[in-house]
Design a binder for this molecule. Structure first.
Ligand code: NAI
Length: 681
């Protein structure tokens, strides 16, 4: 085949081959669409045309970099229609992941065959879109409404076996795809009716409402699952009516704030995993990790490392604590088995790679040690001194501290270029975020190894410099501080929580504190008391709650009260009275805030703190800040993150709100120099 274009056509007797070769994933770029349109003309006269893709996958989606511009001709719906109308019938011969536009192309072909293991999806929903080339119209006609809903509204991937069961593909190939496709083409079954001429059944009103309600609940403000459901319903209309409606909505959604934010998040995840500090630096190989401290975090980190194929030595204070730590990890593995995530055989194999111990000597052969002991400087320093004695002089040493300064923790350690922070989030085997904290001494190779570890553990790793709380907890502290100012000035906890939930956050700041417990932040505020800026406003409502033993859900009450055994926060007149008395005792005349005012302030504070973090060089770029918020703090992905949101809404508006915030709490807020923070890196 001639390889001078991304789509080439060749003949083998009376069969035509059409091959797409557009690395890395054969996306439906303008060149591919134009090439396919040309190929349809070229194959006429052949008995059948086989559509295949070079490389690791069939067409795995659209070219997202084209989505910011108006769509260029030929448009994909027209190309799919050409395939469908071609006198020479097309056979899609697929492998890898057949996604989005790729699946729509396959739906235009007369037959579909696929290598075993091939996966199919309509993931447009994940970037705030609906399919734009007949996906929502042809899929229900082929595989039925329920399966089409799973694919288009939830972005679920179906594998070849499932697809065959649903009648979506004509054959699964276990051997060589191209030979099987050729054999299929030489012995063609009767040509089936075009999908667009088939009928699809719409959901009845009741079923539609039930599914829409479920999607709405799960989507937490994201609109695209509902848009997909709406478009799927149009498949019951004649194709000539339904398809233009689908296309129009697809084109409109490309401009939506939601789709822009989701596309931004998609690219940002890739950007943050390659910080400038480690460009072109090769990581070291890691095989054995020593984890010191097998409590809540240590056990989760061990689970993550075992899942990533590493051997783990888990060091505790004494034999009994080591046994408990082992049980904790085994408990996490067991619950993964119960949820069907890993097999019983995999469980045994994972446990075989875990060595619980109370002897630091067992860390001798580890390439990396991660410390997750109590948040106490002396305890941590002692741990590293002991590790340094037994481990090789260049073994990597990492601390999981949340707030302590890693340079103090590593003081006195020989060869400090091997030291860094690996800040996991709880539960460590579940949460996607890993903050990789560099000290002034950390070498690029050690940082690169941290990022390679993050990738192996399937984390989104973000580079952070050193400041109190690093990127994430520093922003959380700013957010909570403003929330408490709002309490003192006139808002109540449930109003603030509701305002933030309405913005798409899974929880507001006070219900979140009740869930995670108030004591860690309390201890932290006590630690910070000595260094707090003299004029900074300090409200001690949270401290009062802690002193009253209201430490959150685990103590039965916190900002809210809880019916024993239940987890639903209930407003507590005692707390609300306490807040009102507190304001009075401080001479504050309470005034109301609308939900919009509350959310604007808290979002502005997040953006402002994020901009300062970039300005100070703690984060390399705004994307780092946003990915921390998305993957560590539940900020809704469909809003991109506080920095993206501020960009979309205009920083001048954020700064206007910040001036209001700063007016009410003078000396408490340092306003970001937005120009510096957002200068291109
Ligand atoms: P934890 O109290 O559940 O576990 C600490 C474990 O360390 C205990 O099992 C204890 O027996 C063990 N330990 C203490 N001293 C030791 C020593 N000298 N040698 C060996 N083992 C020792 O605490 P948690 O929550 O797991 O936190 C650990 C670290 O992780 C802290 O630095 C914390 O700030 C940090 N962190 C905690 C997060 C959380 O959500 N809990 C999130 C991110 C970081």
């Amino acid at each position: 085949m001639a390889k001078d274009t991304v789509v080439s056509v060749a003949r083998e007797g009376d069969i035509a081959w059409v091959e797409i070769d557009n690395p890395p994933v054969n996306a439906t770029s303008t060149a591919v669409r134009a090439g396919l349109a040309r190929a349809v003309a070229e194959v006429q006269g052949a008995r059948a045309a086989i559509l295949v893709c070079a490389g690791r996958t069939f067409v795995a989606g659209g070219d997202m970099s084209e989505f910011d511009r108006p769509a260029e001709e030929p448009h994909l719906p027209d190309v799919v229609r050409m395939l469908e109308d071609s006198e020479t019938p097309f056979i899609a011969a697929m492998h890898g992941t057949v996604l989005g536009g790729g699946f729509e192309i396959a739906l235009g072909c007369a037959w579909r065959i696929a290598l075993s293991g091939t996966k199919f999806g309509l993931p447009e929903v994940n970037v705030g879109l609906i399919p734009g080339a007949g996906g929502t119209q042809r899929a229900p006609r082929l595989i039925g409404m329920q399966a089409a809903i799973d694919m288009a509204c939830s972005g679920k991937l179906l594998d070849a076996t499932e697809m065959e069961r649903l009648g979506g593909i004509d054959m699964i190939v276990t051997g060589d795809l191209r030979s099987a496709a050729l054999a299929f083409a030489r012995d063609l079954p009767p040509r089936p009716e075009k999908l667009r001429d088939r009928r699809a059944e719409a959901l009845d009103g009741e079923a539609y409402s039930a599914i829409a309600a479920d999607l709405r609940k799960r989507a937490k403000g994201q609109q695209s699952p509902l848009h997909n459901l709406e478009a799927l319903q149009w498949s019951a209309l004649p194709f000539a009516e339904g398809q233009p409606k689908e296309r129009a909505l697809h084109v409109e959604l490309r401009q939506s704030a939601e789709s822009r934010a989701l596309r931004y998040a998609f690219f940002a995840e890739r950007v943050v995993s390659k910080p400038k500090a480690i460009q072109d630096i090769a990581p070291r190989d890691l095989n054995r990790v020593a984890i010191v401290g097998g409590g809540l975090m240590g056990a989760g980190i061990a689970m993550a490392c075992l899942s990533g194929g590493l051997s783990v030595t888990l060091i505790e204070r004494d034999a009994e604590a080591a046994d408990n730590a082992r049980d904790r990890v085994a408990g996490l593995i067991n619950s993964s088995v119960k949820r069907g995530k890993i097999s019983k055989a995999a469980k045994a194999e994972m446990l075989a790679r875990l060595t619980p111990t109370d002897s630091y000597a067992d860390a001798a052969t580890a390439d990396l040690a991660i410390e997750a002991v109590f948040e106490d400087l002396d305890v941590k320093k002692d741990v590293f001194a002991r590790l340094a004695q037994v481990m090789s002089p260049d073994a990597i040493l990492a601390t999981n501290t949340s707030y302590l300064d890693p340079t103090l923790i590593f003081e006195g350690i020989a060869n400090p270029s091997r030291c860094l922070g690996l800040h996991f989030f709880s539960p460590a085997h579940v949460m996607k975020l890993l903050e990789i904290v560099r000290t002034p001494d950390t070498s690029a190779e050690v940082l690169a190894t941290g990022f390679a570890l993050g990738k192996r553990l399937r984390k989104v790793s973000v580079l952070s410099g050193i400041c109190d709380g690093f990127i994430g907890n520093r922003m959380l502290a700013a957010y909570r501080r403003e929330a408490e100012y709002l309490l003192a000035d006139g808002a109540l906890p449930h109003e603030i929580d509701a305002a933030m939930r309405a913005e798409g956050l899974p929880m507001g700041p006070f219900e979140l504190q009740d869930l995670t417990g108030l004591q860690i932040a309390w201890a932290n505020r006590q630690r910070q008391a000595a260094t707090r800026a003299p004029g900074e406003r300090y409200e001690r409502i949270a401290d009062t709650l802690c002193e009253m033993g209201r430490l959150g859900q685990r103590s039965g009450k916190g900002w809210y009260k809880y019916t024993p055994g239940a987890r639903t926060p209930e407003r507590d007149p005692e707390v609300e009275g306490l807040i009102e008395d507190y304001s009075a005792s401080r001479g504050i005349k309470r005034h109301g805030y609308t939900a919009r005012q509350i959310a604007d302030r808290l979002l502005a504070v997040l953006a402002n703190e994020g901009a300062r973090i970039v300005e100070e060089g703690i984060a390399e770029r705004p994307e780092d800040v946003d990915m921390v918020q998305l993957h560590g703090y539940g900020f809704p992905r469909w809003r991109g993150g506080p920095m993206h949101l501020a960009d979309a809404q205009g920083w001048e508006n954020i700064m206007k709100t910040m001036h209001l915030v700063a007016d009410e709490s003078p000396d408490s807020w340092v306003l970001a120099d937005r120009a510096k923070a957002l200068a291109p890196c």
